[in-house]
Structure formats: structure tokens, C-alpha cells
Design a protein around this ligand. Structure first.
Ligand code: EPU
Length: 336
């Protein structure tokens, strides 16, 4: 295992911003994690686990050790007529895993096509799109526990999955390194089409298979989300705000045009993209930073913006939304 110092992260984050790590370590196995833990001088430093860098904004250098997750492998653990249990290493690209499953007609994650990031991040974030969430098919998560120095597993029901969140962002944050995620997928395909936009996209498609769903969604996402190789971005910059029904009632009395979605009991979800759009920020830009032309929720690096410039622009957007609607936008991306 190699330990690099003063390592550039510029090509390892999809905002394409300049940043360095004091120490950089590529993790390819659980044995590497043990090796890292034994090197006390590195283990005692602040730690950052990096997947594909598609949900992170570096506003400064990382003064500590960056652990790049490169643990690979996909294995069908068991299969019968009804379901397939598939274990994917945490450093696998999530979309590669979705393709693997869709091709085999293992169903339940095809709507999560073309989401950037790793399998491990999919569990941490409980990624979701077009009516599916990773937590609906995750069976268990395996991790290396830095407190016990052992590999352990946690059942999905104990992962405290919620909208873009899990136990890995709370109780277990900083304490574990996810090594693999096991999914239980159905072999009977029922297309999940309740998301309004999907019905529109599929209206001329008489036969839907997991691979067709995957193609339709991949094409649609490519039409709204700029290619990070061209314009650095991390997908949605903010989470959709979840507020109380009482607060929503007040806001809707003044702004009935706002979209609402069901959330946990007594709560309502608003569309962050719409709030930002209505504050005049869709396709807006300030110097080297802007929002996507078709999706105000996506902040893009239009040139050689720094992480700080992107962060300043994001704060400006959040302030405008707060002033106009009294709603606080929380970043979906991790800000370092
Ligand atoms: N809207 C606007 N203006 C905009 C953007 C959106 O009016 O500039 C409206 C849309 O018309 C729509 C509503 O807001 O009625 C919601 O927009 P959209 O369907 O695009 O979805 P979203 O809530 O903005 C979420 C996820 C996306 C995911 C899509 C599809 C979050 C933070 N984002 O976006 O996930 O792809 O739903 O399910 O929950 C990501 O997390 O990076 C991501 C791309």
C-alpha cells in the first residue's frame, strides 16, 4: 500500500476544483484498511473517505488522510425464481452495478441509472431518483469498523435509512469504512413509473424492460445534467427541503404555485429546484459559476472556478430562497 503526500485531488472530484490532500491512500481491500490503521501516524490524522468524488465540494486542501475507495467486485450470492441476492464491493461504480443487474433482469434499481457515485456512497446517501430509493433493495451493508478493527455487517432495517441519509451519516460517521453492499433484487419486473416525468418519457414505449427503462432515464438525465467532464458539477447541490405541514400551509397560502411531495408523517417536501428557479437563478451565472440551464438545483463550474467561489454562489442562492420563502436549503453535497 502506498502513502502519497501533498496529493492533487483535482481529477478526483466532479466539480473539477483544485485541492490537495496531505496524505492520500488508495484502498483496494479490507487488508489495506488494516494496514492503514496500523500506521498510527496516518491513522490519527483527520480522515476523509472518497468514492468517485461526485458529491463533494473542496473549498480548501484536506489536512489529513484521504482514503480513496477502490475496492472492486460484483458477485451473485444466490438466485431463485423470484429474486437474486447480489453483493457489490463499495468502490464499484454504482451505474456499472445498475447495468450489471438490468442486463440480468434483476429488478429494483433500474430507475437509479446514470447516478454518479460508488456503491458505498449509494448506501451512505440512500440515493434515489424517479420513484426508487437504494434502501428499498439493500439487504445489508458490510463495513470495516475502525473501533473494533474488524469486518462487520448491519442489516438494512438497522441502517436508519431516510431521504438522502442513513446511520453512516450519523451514529457511524467517521467510525466505519463500507466495504460492500448486498442487494436483494426481484426477478419479476414491474416498471416503477409513478414519477410524473417518467410517464411522459415512456408514453410511446409499448414494452418496458429494465434495460429500456435504463436507456430512457440515462438519455433524459444526460439532457438535463451537464457532463461534469465539460462543466464540473455534483448533480443536485441542495436537498429538497422537508418542512412541517403547518409551515407548508403558510407558504402555500402566499405561493400556491409551489410543488409539494409527501414526506414523513406531518411533513411535506418542497422542490428545491423550483424555489431556486422562482428566485431567478435558473441558468444564472456569476463569473465562473452558474446553475444548469434546465435545472436550477445543479450548480456548475463554468470555467476554472475555485471551490470557494462555488460555495459563495451556493450560499447566495440559499440566502435568496430563505429571504423569499423563509425556507432553509441544506446542501446535498459534502462541503470540505
Ligand atoms: N423545477 C423547477 N425548476 C427547476 C428545477 C425543478 O420548476 O429549475 C421543478 C420541476 O418542474 C419539478 C420539481 O421542481 O416539478 C422537481 O424537479 P425534478 O423532477 O427535476 O427533481 P428534483 O426534486 O429537482 C430529485 C433528486 C435528483 C433526482 C430527481 C429525479 C434531490 C435533491 N434530487 O431532483 O437527484 O434525479 O429528483 O427523481 O432529491 C441528485 O441527487 O444529484 C439528483 C440528481
Amino acid at each position: 500500500m502506498l502513502f502519497y503526500t501533498d496529493y492533487s485531488l483535482e481529477t478526483l472530484n466532479t466539480f473539477n476544483v483544485k485541492a490537495k490532500a496531505d496524505i492520500f491512500i488508495e484502498i483496494t481491500s479490507a487488508a489495506d484498511l488494516e494496514g492503514y490503521q496500523r500506521r498510527k501516524k496516518y491513522f490519527d490524522l483527520p480522515r476523509l473517505i472518497l468514492g468517485n468524488g461526485s458529491n463533494i465540494l473542496f473549498t480548501k486542501n484536506f489536512q489529513g488522510a484521504v482514503l480513496k475507495n477502490s475496492i472492486k467486485g460484483i458477485e451473485v450470492v444466490s438466485e431463485d425464481n423470484e429474486k437474486a441476492v447480489v453483493k457489490a464491493a463499495s468502490g464499484e461504480d454504482f451505474d456499472t452495478f445498475v447495468q450489471f443487474c438490468a442486463k440480468k433482469r434483476f429488478c429494483g434499481i433500474e430507475n437509479l441509472s446514470a447516478i454518479p457515485g460508488t456503491v458505498g456512497a449509494a448506501a451512505v446517501q440512500n440515493i434515489g431518483a424517479y420513484g426508487q430509493e437504494a434502501s428499498q433493495t439493500i439487504q445489508e451493508v458490510e463495513y470495516y469498523n475502525f473501533e473494533t478493527a474488524k469486518i462487520e455487517t448491519i442489516a438494512a432495517k438497522d441502517c436508519k435509512f431516510e431521504y438522502r441519509g442513513s446511520i453512516f451519516k450519523t451514529d457511524l460517521a467517521g467510525k466505519v469504512f463500507i466495504t460492500a453492499v448486498t442487494f436483494c433484487l426481484s426477478k419479476n419486473f414491474t416498471p416503477c413509473t409513478e414519477y410524473g416525468k417518467l410517464q411522459e418519457l415512456l408514453k410511446d414505449t409499448p414494452i418496458i424492460t429494465p434495460m429500456i427503462m435504463r436507456r430512457v432515464i440515462t438519455t433524459y438525465r444526460a439532457s438535463i445534467i451537464p457532463d461534469p467532464k465539460e462543466y464540473g458539477n455534483a448533480g443536485s447541490f441542495f436537498k429538497n427541503p422537508v418542512i412541517t405541514e403547518a409551515a407548508a400551509k403558510k407558504i402555500l397560502a402566499e405561493s400556491p404555485e409551489l410543488k409539494t411531495y409527501p414526506a414523513d408523517k406531518g411533513k411535506v417536501k418542497l422542490a428545491a429546484g423550483q424555489l431556486i428557479d422562482l428566485c431567478g437563478f435558473k441558468g444564472a451565472n456569476e463569473g465562473k459559476v452558474g446553475t444548469a440551464e434546465n435545472q436550477a438545483l445543479i450548480i456548475v463550474n463554468l470555467g476554472k472556478a475555485t471551490g470557494k467561489e462555488i460555495h459563495t454562489f451556493a450560499n447566495k442562492i440559499a440566502k435568496a430562497v430563505k429571504e423569499k420563502y423563509g425556507v432553509k436549503l441544506e446542501p446535498e453535497v459534502t462541503i470540505v
